[in-house]
Write a protein that binds this ligand. Structure first.
Ligand SMILES: [Zn+2]
Length: 490
């Protein structure tokens, strides 16, 4: 566990650091204003529509800097945890989007438009679901309490692509981004004291508001101080290696005692972790692990420990670990036994189906996906993997239909467009293949290749009026974004 704790303090510092920086950043004074200037501080800074556009641009931009999880089971879990909390927040009407960043560092952040990211490393550092919920509730509170106000104030003087890029580099602290460096230098020149006071206020408020939300959402309020205490203990080993700006935003003793004291006022009782939490942790451990043999050993040592569900989860992680090093013959019986013993848990049959496809047994995989759908009709978490298996089996039309139906009610991901692109490419639909590939690039924040492919699509679509019109519209959107992005760089 310890080896994953690379930046134990940044989780609570990253976002406030962002506000601090923006608060002291002198001017983003570009002439290309696409968001309104602010009137009075109490008024709305940007409209909900603009905030949504900024959030979407922020999320696309993030894809270029971080590995955003594309696994739908993991996505469904973090989304359900987030929605459980946000529906009990002070502003349940505020839209939220939760996602996992496939990165071992401990971090979580809130961006514009209610985009809340949680690193895999943070999820693995939690020991109970309430600890994880406490971090998510804290980030939700930053959004509902409008702590991003100052970020919007800065953003209101920029174009949306520029504002999104700035927010990404400041909130995520990407060292490579020039804008991030500039913001950090500007902040250092400003008043450090003001910055710290400002962020501490926000942090305290997010802790306080978040804790009430935890209790309302039926999580353990004690999860918050428990997680802070563990972070604090662990961070002592790393203090010397931490960058200055993280050292100035500590998980302070007063903060720990504040949350500890407040949590003790809630009546004590037992809270059980959900199966989704345990399965997600097992999957993430395999996903981000760099030493597969250590991961296999980790799960192997737990196979006979704990409750029935804990044992099942250890077997699941063990099988995933074996599959990751292509030991399919050892993984297969473990998963089969899990399915026999837990026929209602779809994750196990999904894992076996995925493993069969990966190992080249595509027909067996497809049969298992169909069985999984019979068992849990309407489950959406296997759609992408199932569609990808169909494409590999040459069943392009059913794959296309499956994905098109799915995308009517679900947010598209780069992966979903890549599969659609392949399904159409295999059928010789070149215009559609390039059009979907363009969408995949665009969602991943890569506007240049998006434009390149949408232009190819336009040529290939000649003669098809409806498709041409559709592609032209997208070319327009992509080009406008690229234009505004270039303005920023000049
Ligand atoms: Zn915070």
């Amino acid at each position: 566990m310890l080896k994953t704790l690379k930046n134990p303090r940044c989780i609570l510092a990253a976002i406030t650091l962002g506000f601090g920086l923006l608060a002291t950043f002198p001017s983003f004074g570009q002439n290309n204003i696409s968001l309104p200037e602010i009137g009075d501080p109490s008024g709305a800074l940007i409209t909900p529509t603009q905030e949504r556009a900024l959030g979407e641009a922020f999320f696309r931009n993030l894809h270029g800097k971080l590995t955003i999880n594309q696994d739908l089971e993991i996505q469904e879990y973090i989304e359900s945890l987030g929605q459980r909390l946000s529906s009990n927040s002070d502003n349940p009407a505020q839209p939220f989007h939760f996602f996992v960043v496939v990165n071992p560092a401990i971090n979580a952040f809130a961006g514009p438009g209610g985009y809340i990211g949680v690193n895999a490393g943070l999820i693995l550092a939690t020991e109970t679901e309430s600890e994880l919920a406490s971090v998510v509730a804290h980030e939700i509170a930053h959004v509902t309490q409008r702590h991003l106000y100052r970020a919007f104030e800065a953003a209101s003087r920029m174009t949306i692509p520029s504002a999104a890029a700035l927010l990404v580099s400041v909130l995520i602290g990407t060292q490579s981004a020039q804008l991030g460096q500039a913001a950090i230098i500007a902040a250092q020149a400003g008043s450090a004291q003001h910055r710290i006071d400002f962020t501490r206020d926000n942090e305290q408020e997010a802790d306080r508001v978040g804790m009430h939300n935890l209790a309302r959402s039926d999580f353990d309020p004690r999860g918050m101080p428990a997680f802070f205490e563990r972070l604090d203990r662990t961070s002592r080993y790393y203090r010397d290696g931490l960058p200055e700006f993280l050292r100035t935003h500590p998980v302070t003793a007063s903060r720990i005692s504040d949350t500890r004291g407040r949590s003790e006022k809630f009546p004590y009782r037992q809270f059980l972790d959900s199966t989704g939490y345990l399965l997600t942790k097992a999957k993430l451990r395999v996903l981000i692990g760099s030493k597969p043999n250590e991961i296999i050993q980790y799960f192997e040592s737990k196979l006979q420990r704990g409750t029935a569900i804990q044992k099942a989860v250890s077997h699941y992680g063990y099988a995933l670990g074996l599959a990751a090093v292509r030991q399919y013959d050892r993984a297969r019986p473990v998963l089969k036994e899990l399915i026999d013993k837990n026929p209602d848990e779809s994750a196990f049959i999904n894992a076996l189906a995925g493993m069969e496809v990966e190992s080249g047994n595509i027909r067996t995989g497809l049969r298992l996906y169909r069985k999984a759908l019979e068992q849990s009709p309407g489950q959406q978490v296997i759609v992408l993997d199932y569609a990808w298996a169909l494409v590999q089996a040459g069943q392009n039309k059913p794959a296309d239909k499956l994905l098109t139906d799915y995308l009517r009610n679900h947010q598209a991901t780069p992966k979903s467009y890549r599969i659609l692109s392949r399904a159409h490419g295999n059928q010789g639909h070149n215009a559609q293949a390039h059009r979907y590939l363009a969408e995949a690039y665009f969602l991943a924040g890569q506007t240049e290749p998006a434009i390149k492919h949408v232009q190819i699509a336009l040529k290939e679509a000649s003669g098809h009026r409806y498709l041409t019109a559709l592609i032209e519209e997208r070319l327009d959107v992509f080009s406008r974004e690229e234009e505004e992005r270039e303005k920023k760089e000049k």
